[in-house]
Design a protein around this ligand. Structure first.
Ligand code: AMP
Ligand code: MG
Length: 319
C-alpha cells in the first residue's frame, strides 16, 4: 500500500526516507521518486519500482549548496552557478568527492555525480527533514510521462513505493537543465528550465552541446562514457580459471584467482547494490595480480537482472 501523505507531513516523509523507504515528493520540475542516496538497497528499490531497464545515473538532491559540495568537487564555475541558480532547476555534474557518501549505484558507477538544490519549498523541507542526500529520478514507471501531481504518481507507482507527499502541482513541469562541468568546457547534457543563454551570460563563456564535443578531437572524451573496467569483461561464463577474477552470482564457480560475490542467494536486487563496487574491486585487485579478465556468471533477466545485464553487456563490449 502506498500512503498519500498530506502536504505538511514533511517530517514523516523525511523519516521514511532516512529509514530506506521510497517517497515521492513534488519539486518545481516534476515529482521526484526519492531514496537515501547513500543506501544502495534503497537506490536499487528506485530502479525496481520504476522498472528501469538500465542503471541511469541519478541526480542527488540537497537542501543546501554546502551539503551538495560535500559530495562533489566544485570549481569556480560551479560555485558561481550555484549562487545564481540554486535553489532551482539546474543540475551540475561534477567529479565525486573522495569524502562523499553517495552510493556507487546512485551514480551508476561513474566517477562523476549530478547534484541539485531544488527550488521548491516543500521539496527543501523534505530534504532538510531527511538530512541525507536524496537520489530522485522522476516518479513514473520507466518510459512513462513525468508526473506533475500526486495523483499522476499514484497512477503509475501505487503499491510500489512507501508514500507520496501531496503538494502544490509542479510549476516548471519539465526536467532540470543538466550541465556537465567535469571538463575544461561546460557541456549541456540536457536542456531544461534554466536556459543556455542565462548560463552563458553568467559564466561569460560558450556552452557546448554534448554532440558538438563528441566530435571534437580534444574533447574531455569521457564525459558520457560509463565507468568501464580496465580488465576485459567476459559475461555468461560457465567456467573460470586461475588467470581470471570472478564476479559470482549464486554458488560461485571454482578455480578463479579471486571472487566477488554479488548475491549468494541469487537475488538480483542485492546484486544491483553490489555491482559497481564488485567491478571496481575485481578490476583493482585483478590488475595488481596481473590477471587476464573479469569473468561474470550468468545473471537471470528477472527483476533488476535486465538492468544488470545491460550494464555488463556494455562493460564487455569490444573496445
Ligand atoms: P532523471 O533522473 O530522469 O531526471 O535523469 C537524470 C539525468 O541526469 C539523465 O539525463 C542522466 O543521464 C543525467 N545524469 C545524472 N548523473 C550524471 C552523471 N554523473 N554524468 C552525466 N549525466 C548524468
Ligand atoms: Mg524521467
Amino acid at each position: 500500500m502506498t500512503r498519500l501523505l498530506p502536504a505538511d507531513a514533511v517530517e514523516e516523509a523525511g523519516a521514511l526516507l532516512r529509514a530506506g523507504q521510497l517517497v515521492a515528493f513534488p519539486t518545481e520540475t516534476v515529482y521526484g521518486l526519492g531514496a537515501d542516496a547513500r543506501n544502495a538497497a534503497a537506490v536499487a528499490a528506485i530502479y525496481e519500482a520504476k522498472g528501469r531497464p538500465s542503471f541511469n545515473p541519478l541526480i542527488s538532491h540537497f537542501a543546501e549548496p554546502e551539503a551538495a559540495f560535500e559530495e562533489v568537487v566544485p570549481d569556480e564555475r560551479a560555485r558561481l552557478l550555484a549562487r545564481h541558480f540554486w535553489p532551482g532547476p539546474l543540475t551540475l555534474v561534477l567529479p565525486r568527492s573522495p569524502r562523499g557518501q553517495v552510493s556507487q549505484l546512485a551514480g551508476a558507477g561513474l566517477e562523476t555525480l549530478a547534484v541539485r538544490v531544488p527550488g521548491h519549498e516543500q521539496a527543501l523541507a523534505v530534504l532538510r527533514a531527511a538530512g541525507v542526500p536524496i537520489a530522485a529520478p522522476s516518479a513514473n514507471p520507466s518510459g512513462g510521462i513525468s508526473p506533475t501531481s500526486a495523483q499522476h504518481v499514484l497512477d503509475g507507482l501505487s503499491g510500489r513505493i512507501a508514500a507520496v507527499l501531496e503538494g502544490a502541482n509542479c510549476t516548471v513541469g519539465v526536467e532540470s537543465t543538466v550541465l556537465d562541468l567535469t571538463g575544461p568546457i561546460a557541456v549541456l547534457l540536457r536542456p531544461g528550465a534554466v536556459t543556455t543563454e542565462a548560463i552563458e551570460a553568467l559564466l561569460g563563456e560558450r556552452i557546448f552541446r554534448a554532440r558538438e564535443t563528441a566530435a571534437a578531437p580534444k574533447s574531455p572524451g569521457m564525459l558520457l562514457s560509463h565507468y568501464a573496467p580496465t580488465l576485459p569483461v567476459r559475461i555468461n561464463a560457465v567456467s573460470v580459471d586461475e588467470r581470471e577474477a570472478l564476479l559470482a552470482f549464486g554458488p560461485p564457480m571454482r578455480g578463479a584467482a579471486l571472487t566477488f560475490q554479488l548475491s549468494a542467494p541469487g537475488d538480483t536486487t542485492e546484486a544491483a547494490t553490489r555491482l559497481f563496487q564488485g567491478l571496481r574491486e575485481l578490476d583493482a585487485q585483478g590488475q595488481k595480480l596481473g590477471l587476464d579478465c573479469i569473468a561474470v556468471m550468468a545473471i537471470p533477466m528477472a527483476g533488476l537482472g535486465e538492468a544488470i545485464n545491460d550494464r555488463l553487456t556494455r562493460a564487455a563490449a569490444p573496445r
